[in-house]
Design a binder for this molecule. Structure first.
Ligand code: AMP
Length: 571
C-alpha cells in the first residue's frame, strides 16, 4: 500500500508562502472570496441576496449587506436548533463556538468548521516561522496555560464550546505544537479537566517537574499568564511539597487528573530545595519566571488591547525573558499574524493573511463610511474590521477598531486599538476603552511611590442620578491612604482627553467621576462567574465597562466596594 508521505513543517517554506501571498494580496483576496462564495453557493442566506453565481468583490458588496452579530443571531439559532437546511453554509455546520462574551457581557454563538481550525494552524505556523528566526528554539516543551471549556450539546445536538477549546481538541493542534517544538508539558487530563483551579495548579506543577525542558511560557491572552503566576505566589509552598514527596496535594480531587499526574510526579527533594531557595531569594517575585525555568526563551501570548494593563506585572515576573505578542483573531476567525518580533509587545502589528478570509474596512472617522478592500486601506487611518469567513459569516462587522500602521508587501499591518462603542455616552463624550486604559495608567502611577499596583480595573456609567457620571472600580495590591486615593480619583477624571468629556465635565453635564476601591479577590470572583457560565480562562478578558445588562457582575462589584472617592478635579 502506498502511504502518502506527510509534508514536513519547514519554517522557511512557510515564510516563502507568506511572502508570496502578501505580495499578491489583492488577487488572493478576490480568489478567497470566490472560493468562499462557490463553496457556499447553496446557502439560503447567499441565495436570498441574489448573487446569481457572481463571485467578484463589486457584486458581492452591492448585493450582500453589512451585518452585525445581532442580525445573524436568529439564523445561527436555527442552525443550533438542528435545522437540516443549508442556512449559512453549503456544508452543514456541526460545531458552534461560544465567544467569551466578556467584552459585551453576553456570550455569542458563532458557527465553526474545520476550515477555521485549518486557518488557525496557518496563522500559528506563520508567526512561529518568523518568531523562530529571531528566537530559535530546540526540542523541548511549553508551559501553556490552556483549558478546555465545558462542551455541551445545543437543542439540535450540535457540539458547543469556546473556539480555543475546539482548536485544542483537534489533532492538528497537537501535531502543530509538536512541529513547533512546543508540545504542552501538561497531560490532556489537566488541559481538559472540569475544574480550572485544579488544572491551573497542575499546569504549574508540570512546569516545575519539566522546568529545565521548558522553552516557552504561553497562553492565548497574557492575562492568564499573570493570573497563573499570581496563583503561584499563593500555592508555591504546596507545589514544593508535592515535588519533594511525589504526592499530589489533596486539593486535586478529579480522579482523571490524579491518575495522569501520578504518572509524572516522582519524589525529587533536590528539585524542591532548589525551587524553595529560588523563591526565598527573589525580591517581591521579580524575575520569577527566569528563576524557575532556566531554558525558557520567551513568553508568548496576546499582549495588546485589553491585555496591555497586565504587561507591567508580566515584565516583573519575566525578569530578563523577552515578551512576544501573539496574533490577532477572534471566535469568528483569525485576521493577522505578528511577523515583526522586534517591536515591543504593546506595539505589535498584525499582517493580515489574505487567504484566511475576505476582509473589508470601515473608516472610523466617516459618519457613513463605504467599506474599502484589504489593499485599499490608508496608513494612519482607523477602521472597523468587516469579516467574511469560511464558516458562514458574510460582511460581518467584528466590532474591533484597528489602525493601519504600514504594509507588509501589499497586505496591511494592523495595530489593535479597541472594541468599538464599549463605553456608553452620557452627554457628548466619546471615551473609548483605550482612553480608560490610559487614564487608569496615569492614575496608577500615583500608587507606585506607595509600592502598590492596580491588580485590575473596570468601569460603569451611572445614570441613576442627574447628571450621569463614570464610576471606576479598582482592585489594588494593598492599602493606600485616603489622600492618595483621592489624588488617583482626581487624576482619573482629569486625564480623559476626549474633548466631549472635558467640555461636559466643565459645564457639569457629566457629574464628578467616582473611584471605588474593591476588596482583594473581587476580580477573581468575576473570573469565577464567567468560568461558571462555561467560558474559559483562555479567552477571558476583564470587561472594561460593565453595563446594566450585566447585573451579576455589577452586583459583585458593588458588593465588594470598600472605599469610595468623588472627584474634585473640575471644581
Ligand atoms: P473571543 O471571540 O472571545 O476570542 O475574543 C476575540 C476578541 O479579542 C477580538 O474581537 C478582539 O477584540 C480581542 N483580540 C483578539 N486578538 C487580539 C489582539 N492580538 N490584540 C488585542 N485584542 C485582541
Amino acid at each position: 500500500m502506498l502511504v502518502k508521505a506527510e509534508k514536513r513543517f519547514d519554517p522557511e517554506e512557510v515564510i516563502e508562502e507568506f511572502e508570496a501571498l502578501t505580495k499578491d494580496a489583492k488577487r488572493v483576496q478576490t480568489e478567497t472570496l470566490k472560493k468562499i462564495l462557490k463553496e457556499n453557493s447553496e446557502a439560503e442566506y447567499l441565495k436570498k441576496w441574489c448573487l446569481d453565481g457572481k463571485t467578484d468583490p463589486e457584486s458581492y458588496s452591492t448585493c450582500v449587506p453589512l451585518v452585525t452579530h445581532k442580525d445573524l443571531e436568529p439564523l445561527i439559532q436555527q442552525i443550533a436548533d438542528g435545522s437540516p437546511l443549508p442556512i449559512l453554509t453549503g456544508k452543514p455546520i456541526t460545531i458552534i463556538t461560544l465567544s467569551s462574551g466578556t467584552t459585551q457581557g453576553r456570550r455569542k454563538f458563532v458557527p465553526f468548521n474545520d476550515e477555521l481550525t485549518e486557518t488557525t494552524m496557518q496563522i500559528y505556523r506563520t508567526s512561529y516561522a518568523f518568531r523562530n528566526r529571531e528566537f530559535p528554539i530546540k526540542n523541548g516543551k511549553a508551559l501553556t496555560f490552556i483549558y478546555g471549556s465545558k462542551q455541551f450539546k445545543t437543542k439540535g445536538g450540535l457540539l458547543a464550546g469556546t473556539a480555543t477549546s475546539n482548536v485544542y481538541r483537534s489533532e492538528q493542534f497537537k501535531k502543530t505544537m509538536k512541529e513547533m517544538h512546543t508540545p504542552c508539558c501538561s497531560p490532556d487530563e489537566v488541559i481538559f479537566g472540569p475544574d480550572f483551579h485544579q488544572s491551573l495548579y497542575c499546569h504549574l506543577l508540570c512546569g516545575l517537574i519539566f522546568h529545565d525542558e521548558i522553552q516557552v511560557i504561553s497562553s492565548t491572552f497574557a492575562h492568564s499568564i499573570v493570573h497563573s503566576f499570581r496563583t503561584f505566589e499563593l500555592v508555591w509552598e504546596e507545589l514544593c511539597s508535592d515535588v519533594k514527596t511525589g504526592t499530589l496535594s489533596a486539593r486535586i480531587t478529579v480522579p482523571t487528573i490524579r491518575t495522569a499526574m501520578a504518572k509524572i510526579l516522582k519524589p525529587d527533594p533536590e528539585l524542591a530545595d532548589k525551587i524553595l531557595e529560588k523563591c526565598l531569594t527573589l525580591t517581591n517575585w521579580y524575575g520569577l519566571i527566569e528563576a524557575l525555568f532556566p531554558n525558557v526563551k520567551y513568553i508568548y501570548g496576546i499582549m495588546t488591547g485589553s491585555m496591555e494593563p497586565y504587561l507591567k506585572k508580566l515584565r516583573h515576573y519575566a525578569g530578563g525573558i523577552p515578551l512576544l505578542s501573539a496574533d490577532y483573531g477572534s471566535s469568528e476567525g483569525w485576521i493577522g499574524a505578528n511577523v515583526n518580533l522586534t517591536r515591543p509587545p504593546e506595539m505589535a502589528t498584525f499582517a493580515v493573511l489574505p487567504n484566511i478570509g475576505y476582509f473589508e474596512f470601515l473608516l472610523l472617522r466617516d459618519y457613513d463610511p463605504k467599506p474599502v478592500g484589504l489593499t485599499d486601506v490608508a496608513v494612519g487611518e482607523e477602521y472597523e474590521v468587516v469579516v467574511t469567513n469560511f464558516a458562514g459569516l458574510y460582511r460581518y462587522r467584528l466590532g474591533d477598531v484597528v489602525k493601519v500602521v504600514g504594509f507588509h508587501n501589499s497586505t496591511p499591518e494592523l495595530q489593535f486599538v479597541c472594541r468599538r462603542n464599549l463605553m456608553p455616552t452620557i452627554n457628548i463624550d466619546k471615551n473609548t476603552e483605550k482612553d480608560l486604559q490610559l487614564s487608569v495608567e496615569a492614575a496608577a502611577k500615583l500608587l507606585t511611590a506607595e509600592k502598590l499596583e492596580v491588580v485590575d480595573f473596570t468601569s460603569h456609567v451611572d445614570l441613576s442620578s442627574e447628571p450621569g457620571h463614570y464610576v471606576i472600580f479598582w482592585e489594588v495590591s494593598g492599602e493606600a491612604s485616603d489622600e492618595v486615593f483621592q489624588d488617583c480619583c482626581n487624576c482619573l477624571d482629569s486625564t480623559f482627553v476626549d474633548a466631549g468629556y472635558v467640555s461636559s465635565r466643565n459645564v457639569q453635564a457629566i457629574g464628578p467621576l467616582e473611584l471605588k476601591v474593591l476588596k482583594k479577590g473581587s476580580f477573581q470572583k468575576i473570573l469565577d462567574h464567567y468560568v461558571g457560565l462555561g467560558s474559559t480562562l483562555n479567552q477571558f478578558k476583564t470587561p472594561r465597562c460593565v453595563g446594566p445588562v450585566n447585573q451579576t457582575v455589577l452586583r459583585i462589584l458593588c458588593d465588594n466596594v470598600v472605599k469610595s472617592y468623588t472627584s474634585t478635579a473640575f471644581g
